[in-house]
Design a protein around this ligand. Sequence first.
Ligand SMILES: Nc1nc2c(ncn2[C@@H]2O[C@H](COP(=O)(O)OP(=O)(O)O)[C@@H](O)[C@H]2O)c(=O)[nH]1
Ligand SMILES: [Mg+2]
Length: 358
Amino acid sequence: MQIHLISGFLGSGKTTAIQTACKVLITESLKVGVITNDQGIKLVDTGYFESNAIPNRQVINGCFCCNYNSLDENIQSLIATNNPDVIFAESVGSCTDIVATVMKPLLQFKKDVAVTVSTFADARLLQMLFIENKQLFNDEVNYIYTKQLEEAEIIVVSKIDLITRETQDSVQQFLQAKYRGKEIIFINGTDDASILQWLNIIQQTNKQSNTSSLNIDYDIYGAGEAALAWLDDEFELYNDKGNAVEDALVLANNIFQQLQNNNLPIGHLKLLINQQLKISYTELQTPDTPVTISSAAKAHVILNARVQTDPVTLRKIISDAMNHLQKEKNCSINIIDSTAFIPGYPRPTHRITDNISA
Ligand SMILES: Nc1nc2c(ncn2[C@@H]2O[C@H](COP(=O)(O)OP(=O)(O)O)[C@@H](O)[C@H]2O)c(=O)[nH]1
Ligand SMILES: [Mg+2]
């Protein structure tokens, strides 16, 4: 069995690529499974894989590294129910050091699996950070971003459909010079042929990897995690006129606008509406309006936000947007569950450096 660890910054295209990869592998008669992971409790990504009928499990309340036993139990559980040939495990977008804390422990404790680590990076963010030298997030968050690239076995540059050939060339030159010896590929995560190129690389790995553990300063890493507040909400939106889904889309857009107006960098803002429609914003990307918006008096919504601010500010912006929407659209919102917090200091269950195990 293969376990592909998928790391990479918030909104870099991990879930999209995994979804396309699962679709491709299923047509090749392979059995797949996905493990999602995030800081909170109600995860949009889990609902998304569920709605696409992909066997899945989730590790909640923190990253794989700090919840290694939960990751292990979920792998066992997927094996017991689905016996997958391939498991994709998508780590939290603000997580790094997964070679030492997840890959090496998996290889040590599970002798019969091959493990790969792919780090995703949005082509436009790479261009902005490294070619234009513009920084979107603070230094500590940036530190996490560069550590993710540094530990990758394979750097997967995503969203090439959104950049020019010249930009791709300059990003490629930069990465090849900075990360010598690493496999670097460029993909469009929504495109089967592009994903197949990535799958061909990771599926060939059937031996124990010799990827190096990172040298990393956990205080800076922890400060980066803490700079990005997390919020997850589950709510129902009612509109007698049948505009509930449309209202939820307006709400998402209003929250995005307010975060931008307040100069709060967005890691990810995503909603899953009626367990089907996933709407996702990043600092650099707004979603397309769905072609058809179903008429419904009720919309069930899961909202996940990861934003460079504190949880009180994030909560207030989202609550204000909800209150405003209720007045403007004459709809009502019933909150079922709500969580907002600063993620804790990363304390991995295991950490295997290249010489010493802890
Ligand atoms: N155009 C384009 N959009 C993409 C691509 N990959 C992901 N996206 C979009 O980027 C946003 C974040 O993607 P997602 O897969 O959720 O990122 P994750 O947070 O890394 O899992 C979503 O709006 C996706 O539709 C891609 O290759 N091309
Ligand atoms: Mg995701």
